[in-house]
Write a protein that binds this ligand. Sequence first.
Ligand code: 4AD
Ligand code: MG
Length: 464
Amino acid sequence: MKESRIKIKELLKTVPASQEVIVKGWVRTKRGNKNVAFIALNDGSSINNIQVVVDVAAFDEALLKKITTGACLKVSGLLVPSQGSGQPVEIQAQTIEIYGTADPDSYPLQKKGHTLEFLRDIAHLRPRTNTFGAVLRIRHAMAYAIHKYFNDKGFVYLHTPLITGSDAEGAGAMFQVTTLDIENPPRTADGKIDYTQDFFGKSCNLTVSGQLEGELGAMALSEIYTFGPTFRAENSNTPRHLAEFWMVEPEMAFYEIEENMDLAEDFLKYLIRYALEYCADDLAFLNKMYDNELIDRLKFVVENEFIRLDYTEGIDILMKSGHKFEFPVSWGLDLQSEHERYLVEQHFKKPVILTNYPKEIKAFYMKQNDDGKTVRAMDVLFPKIGEIIGGSQREEDYDKLAARIEELGIPDKDMWWYLDTRRFGTAPHSGFGLGFERLLLFVTGMGNIRDVIPFPRTPKNAEF
Ligand code: 4AD
Ligand code: MG
């Protein structure tokens, strides 16, 4: 008979009837005395460990010595109600096999209580800590919930390309993708690099957003979303910026800005509710260890309506606030996180959706308002985060869009296919982008975006 392993998460839910079980996992701690040893074993299925009770006399001393923090074990034994407090069940070990030892003198996680900064330098091992186990399980749950939300609503998951021949979106500086010899690239007669000889026959980059291609999908399938990595080559060393981050971008035909806002609010509340329901143990751990207002804050956002406000009114509030900002406030300012957080945390004390921004500080594709000054942009601003979502109604009018493209000097060669949607069966439509790691910052309460993605990509950092 094939022996089957039980995950620790399942074991902890099992009402023991003295059955034999097999568990496999990594040692978190070992303690005890000369008669009995207690091993806390974790396999990543839960924040909680299973306690393995070892009758020292029944085991080889050399084997027991090798069981130290970080070692990987297979344990078979009897599942019984726990004698001690702190866990419902425990295993009385019958056999122990060591898959891999972890030398206590060199294993970096031998001791507890490392700082998050230290753990960033050992990103290859940090998934084995309670904190990163919790964060990574929540990350998974949120990714799943995103797909479930849109699938249940009949949206089509559209895979937009990561390599793009257009750099028109303007959402940020781009990483070039090339197979040319950068030491000695081919050149045209006038000395420029000859991209016709490059892999794609033109200069290409990693995408900053899937939106433009998403719009092509929405103009056929009505409601689509993309969810994938995006890349920005800005030198932003902040706790909220990554050079490689994941973005969720729904795009909907026939939605005006109000419906776009309704969707964004409903979507965020759904995700947070999902986390509260399905990630309760991990959230309780993070709430206890890092941020004892975390769960209250999550519940608060789910239970309250977001404030909807014009950019112009927002600027008014900031100017009248008497608060001293690093970046002085006036109409036309591209709001910094200090301004966004003032509105959300000090003034309204609720999430805010800010709309109708000056067109100069927003992308070319946003629908122009009749005032000639503003566009139908919407940013969702969250406590502790600032901007979590950026989106807009799109300009569906060919002439207005083409005029804006020309005004901004965006090359026609990049835009013809995008403009075609406005030539053939154009429709009102809207969409937005949710920064997945910004969502995770909010849901986990972690303070630095480097700690909510397994292997962060930031300036001067791509070791793991
Ligand atoms: O506001 P952004 O730049 O909007 C777009 O890219 C649009 N094309 C979205 C759309 O309408 N489909 O980015 C959207 C969100 C931001 O609100 C923020 O949450 C996140 O992406 N974001 C980042 N997250 C981590 N690191 C960065 N460098 C980010 N830049 C933006
Ligand atoms: Mg934005």
